[in-house]
Every structure is written in C-alpha cells, then in structure tokens.
Design a protein around this ligand. Structure first.
Ligand SMILES: [Zn+2]
Ligand SMILES: [Zn+2]
Length: 133
C-alpha cells in the first residue's frame, strides 16, 4: 500500500551534453606541407625498408621485389612507370625515409609492420624464381 506513485519523473531536462565532443582519434596529421606520404603506393601500407627509385618515388623493398618478378621487363615504378633501375634485393633502404616512416607510426604499429615486412621478405626470398632445385 503505497500512495506515492508518480514521483521522481521530474529531472528529465537534465543536461546530457558534455560526454561528447572529444575529437576522434587525432590520426589525421598536421598538414604543414612538409609532411611526406610514407605509405607505399603498391601495398598502401607504411613503407618498410623503403627503396627510392631513380624517379624519386619510393616503395617497400618487398613490394619492389614482387613488382620486378611479376614484370617481364624488370618492373616499372607504380606511379610514373619509369623503369626500375635499382636492385631491390641488394640496395640499401633510404635511411631518411625510413626515419620518416618510423616517426609517422606509433611504436606498436611500426613493430607490427616490421614483422609483416620481415615475413614477406622471408617468403619472397624463399621462392626465388631463378633458384634451381
Ligand atoms: Zn609496399
Ligand atoms: Zn616513379
């Protein structure tokens, strides 16, 4: 027997704002013009062991090796179609670019990409086309 029904419905007008508005993941980057795109145009991921071609475009080492193998004429730049004149299996990565990639990724993401790239390289090198059995 409780006659006190209907009470308590009074604070419906409470302010619900405040929790929202926390900008979404600040990963958009600051566009100060100096920023270079560190993603590879072949795999669309951050470049690992980036090698710079004569045309000044750069790609992952693994991507270049793959591109060369799949092209009968030795491969071409995926952006401007210039012939690939370096040896992606032997040339050293572009240190400056590598540093940029490292700076652009979180340590965790970088580690993950490095592992992926290492696995891809291992696979590539174990399937050398010219190795006779
Ligand atoms: Zn790539
Ligand atoms: Zn190019």
């Amino acid at each position: 027997m409780n006659p006190a029904v209907g009470a308590g419905a009074d604070d419906a007008g409470k302010d619900v704002l405040g929790a929202a508005g926390e900008g979404v993941a600040g990963a958009v980057g600051d566009d100060d013009g100096a920023e270079q795109d560190v993603s590879c145009s072949i795999c669309l991921e951050a470049m690992m062991e980036p090698l710079r071609l004569g045309c000044s475009h750069a790609f992952c080492r693994a991507c270049l090796i793959q591109a060369r193998r799949s092209a009968p004429d030795g491969g071409r730049c995926g952006i401007c179609r210039a012939a690939i004149t370096i040896d992606p299996e032997k040339d050293a990565p572009d240190a400056a670019l590598e540093a940029q990639v490292a700076a652009a990724l979180s340590p965790k993401a970088l580690q993950k990409r490095r592992r992926e790239a290492a696995a891809a390289m291992k696979k590539l090198l174990s399937t050398r086309v010219n190795s006779t059995t």
